[in-house]
Design a binder for this molecule. Structure first.
Ligand code: COA
Length: 224
């Protein structure tokens, strides 16, 4: 696993990384998760925030497919991937591994949670296999589950974008009426391959992802 990490991270050094960060207000999502958590538990599934982050990313990728693409070695061709196989950095007994949830564009939030539970159980048991660890097209790294606010994530080639999620904190913010209220705040740090993704595209994708998470009702509207 360490040898693979050396190989991929050395290849990643050749990619000009564009960094972009923002703050996301998750109070509505926190309330929604609280509501759905026990329902999921009654169906035998643990519901964290990750399934929402992953689904919102997939809904965003539908509008910005270049973020779910790869660039060939000679930088001549861009391949757009139809499947949203969203990887998540996982702290496992074997070290950092990045299994992916396949075809997120076809899955409900519940189905993503179910698959995430399965991947986490395999990760804990040190049993993640080739099928789980290959074919990723886009990655999210929830470093906030350990701690920390900002990160500078490194793209996993041949992918072209990655997002790092900071810890969700309750912090004072102004509401629409100018009153200070407690808000669930998370920071996101994106890195994109600047050879094929410009800052405006990354920023527009991030805005859309953020919009879905800040107004989860909008996410329901666009679910297939
Ligand atoms: N901020 C605050 N709370 C968080 C959080 C965050 N960013 N991420 C997770 N939590 C909460 C979850 O909501 C859950 O709360 P609950 O007990 O009330 O349900 C609890 O922490 C445990 O969640 P976890 O088991 O970590 O699930 P997850 O789906 O959020 O994350 C992984 C799954 C695989 C991403 C995570 O376990 C992991 O391995 N994180 C480390 C990733 C890493 O090493 N990144 C660096 C790569 S360079």
């Amino acid at each position: 696993f360490h040898r693979a990490m050396v190989r991929t991270m050395t290849a990643a050094l050749r990619i000009p990384h564009f960094g972009y960060s923002d703050e996301v207000e998750l109070s509505r999502l926190a309330a929604l998760r609280k509501e759905l958590k026990s329902l999921c538990e009654s169906r035998g599934v643990r519901l964290s925030f990750m399934p929402f982050f992953i689904k919102a990313a997939s809904l965003g990728l539908l509008h910005f497919p270049v973020l779910n693409a790869s660039l060939d070695e000679g930088c001549q061709n861009i391949t757009y991937k139809a499947s949203h196989n969203i990887g998540l950095a996982m702290d496992t007994s074997q070290g950092l591994l990045v299994p992916n949830v396949k075809n997120v564009q076809l899955l409900s939030v519940f189905e993503i949670a179910q698959e995430l539970n399965r991947l986490q159980a395999l990760g804990t048991a040190g049993q993640l296999g080739t099928n789980e660890l290959t074919g990723g097209t886009f990655t999210l790294s929830n470093i906030g589950s350990i701690g920390g606010t900002y990160a500078k994530p490194v793209i996993l080639p041949p992918e072209v974008a990655i997002g790092a999620l900071g810890k969700i904190q309750v912090l004072p913010r102004f509401d629409a009426g100018g009153q200070v209220v407690p808000a669930h705040i998370m920071n996101v740090s994106w890195s994109a391959d600047h050879r094929i993704i410009d800052g405006a595209t990354m920023s527009r994708f991030s805005n859309l992802w953020k919009e879905y998470l800040e107004n989860p009702a909008a996410m329901v509207l666009d679910l297939k």
